[in-house]
Design a protein around this ligand. Structure first.
Ligand code: PPS
Ligand code: MG
Ligand code: MG
Ligand code: MG
Length: 349
């Protein structure tokens, strides 16, 4: 079947990267967290995860035309004073590869790790195949000890062909605002989707996959919704006015990262609203894997004007104001409420 080998490689890469991230999150040191030039955080685990995914994909697929569009680069790690951080990343990568045991290679040098990180410098586009990686999506959540995801997708001729979301802290049971449990039981989910083949979920520990589907609710009043944990990433006041228009009763579920797409794909909630503040440009690695995980589970993803997302334009998504994710039945009413709220906001200025 088309993309079978690629999907297996992606699942292996994301699972191994998740193992590295879990180890770091358990014992996160203050020196592990740095600030990037855009003032957002990056940790040794973001770099380590990117190096692992790049290494595993190249090993498993040995393609001459390997192209990876990824969030991180080695610039800051090559600067003076970063030696210790780089050594820590190199050790994490080597320990993770050794714990897997399938790659019979001598330990990677720091330079090998830098090169693996920098293989993610592709610009993407509408021609050929490009892997798209967010080595840790939700770094702020990761640092807080909350939700994060390793998000990996494959673009083929500008379209998302497959995607994998590893969510090490996401409970295997529902986290919707209507769910009953208070203490999270087993955590660690791996979502995977291939175009035309539906969406699977399994535990990161390796349980057999099950097919998942988005919520079938047609009643907006019952439709609980997800949004960003960080108010700086999505306008909570705007989503609350949209929820009010729709008659949504449940409070919003606020979690970090594309774990929101994973949770929605199995029906934990029925709507995900992402309404960034003006001027923010969305990157493809923040949505590609989540997009196919939700759409293959029966959901719809559009921008705030109702247009489909276009992943073929390079690193950025060119879109109108925000992103709406829901099921087919609810989309018209959600879109209408979003348009009305945005118009009211614009006329209030
Ligand atoms: N100002 C602003 N507005 C909108 N989005 C931003 C902004 N700054 C950062 N980011 C991106 O948000 C990514 C994580 O957002 P999430 O919604 O998934 O999580 S949360 O907001 O932290 O709850 C986060 O991804 P990572 O950097 O991979 O963690 C960023 O790409
Ligand atoms: Mg980041
Ligand atoms: Mg991200
Ligand atoms: Mg990231």
């Amino acid at each position: 079947m088309a993309y079978d080998k690629e999907l297996a490689a992606a699942k292996k890469a994301a699972s191994l990267a998740a193992r590295l991230c879990q180890k770091v999150q358990k014992a996160l040191l203050e020196s592990d967290v740095q600030s990037k030039s855009d003032k957002t955080p990056v940790t040794v685990a973001d770099y380590g995860s990117q190096a692992i995914v790049s290494f595993v994909l190249e090993r498993e697929l040995s393609s001459e035309t390997f192209s990876l569009v990824a969030e991180e680069d080695s610039g800051d790690l090559r600067k003076e004073g970063a030696q210790e951080t780089l050594e820590r990343i190199t050790k994490l990568v080597n320990d993770t590869l050794a714990s897997d045991g399938t790659y019979n290679v001598s330990p990677l040098s720091s330079e090998d790790v830098l090169v693996a990180i920098d293989s993610g410098k592709s610009e993407g586009g509408s021609r050929g195949r490009h892997w798209v990686l967010d080595p840790i999506d939700g770094t702020k959540g990761f640092v807080r000890g909350d939700q994060y995801a390793i998000a990996l997708a494959l673009l083929d001729e500008g379209k998302v062909a497959l995607g994998v979301l590893a969510c090490p802290n996401l409970p295997l049971s529902s986290i919707g605002s209507n769910s009953q449990h208070s203490s999270p039981d087993k955590v660690g989910c791996l979502f995977s989707a291939k175009v035309g083949a539906g969406t699977d979920m399994q535990s990161l520990g390796g349980s057999p996959p099950i097919k998942v589907h988005v919520s079938a609710t047609e009643n907006p009043e019952e439709a609980s919704f997800f949004e960003s944990f960080e108010a700086a990433h999505s306008m909570h006041d705007l989503s609350s006015s949209i929820a009010k228009k729709l008659g949504v009763k449940a409070p919003p579920v606020r979690i970090d990262s594309q774990a929101k797409y994973g949770a929605l794909s199995r029906g934990d909630g029925a709507i995900y609203l992402r309404l960034p503040h003006e001027g923010y440009r969305e990157k493809i690695w923040d949505h590609a894997a989540g997009y196919i995980v939700v759409t293959e589970a029966g959901g719809v993803v559009t921008d705030a004007a109702g247009n489909p997302l276009d992943f073929s334009q390079g690193k950025y998504l060119d879109l109108d104001t925000g992103i709406i994710v829901t099921n087919q039945k609810l989309m018209p009413s959600v879109l209408k409420a979003v348009r009305e709220s945005l118009d009211e906001k614009a006329s209030a200025l």
